[in-house]
Design a protein around this ligand. Structure first.
Ligand code: IMP
Ligand code: MG
Length: 181
């Protein structure tokens, strides 16, 4: 299976961007404590590298959502299926996402988190595909913006999966776009 993956971002390129983002995020939070909320499972590898580049007091929490997309009916059902207990009220929250594609998952999560009255809420994504957006929502930081024609490729590796496979690749690569996901 691995031989079907072509490299898009190397391990070194990713590490450089993660280090840069860590510095930017650190500077922007001043000396405040951060509540880092990682979106499972795609952001796990990114999350573990990123928090080691943010030398501030921080706590780490996880949340998991599912999306069922009924293309024909044009309906999307997004729901939170797992969450570590996170007291978000009054906290400076940094949501760590894997890929912002249509924006449906992110906008749902942002609305949900806002209900818990955080002091601030910002988003850091590993990959941003701005041209694929169906909902106008944007991460505050994106490590790797991917534009046309690459935006049409399906990305795997460094935590990103296709049907749960490829999460352990140390780089990000593309596979021929699967028919359904
Ligand atoms: P959105 O709700 O359409 O923005 O979808 C975001 C989610 O879809 C991400 O969190 C990923 O889990 C998944 N996703 C979107 N594009 C890709 C891709 O190219 N590779 C792997 N997962 C993807
Ligand atoms: Mg996913």
């Amino acid at each position: 299976m691995r031989d079907q993956v072509s490299v898009l971002f190397t391990e070194e390129q990713i590490a450089r961007r993660v280090a840069e983002l860590g510095e930017e995020i650190t500077a922007s939070f001043g000396n405040r404590e951060i509540c880092v909320l990682g979106l499972m499972k795609g952001s796990l590898v990114f999350l573990s590298d990123l928090i080691r580049r943010i030398p501030l007091d921080l706590t780490v929490h996880l949340v998991r959502v599912t999306s069922q997309r009924e293309q024909a009916a044009g309906r999307v059902l997004t729901e939170i299926v797992y969450s570590t207990s996170v007291p978000l009220e009054g906290k400076d929250v940094l949501l760590v996402d894997d890929i912002v594609d249509t924006g449906i998952t992110l906008s749902y999560l942002l609305a949900h988190i806002h209900e818990h009255a955080p002091a601030s809420l910002r988003v850091c994504a590993l990959v941003d595909k701005p041209e694929a957006r169906k909902i106008d929502v944007h991460p505050d930081w994106a490590a790797l913006p991917v534009h046309e024609p690459q935006a049409d490729r399906f990305l795997v590796g460094y935590g990103l999966d296709w049907m749960e496979h490829f999460r352990g690749l140390p780089f990000i690569g593309t596979i021929p776009r699967p028919a359904a996901r």
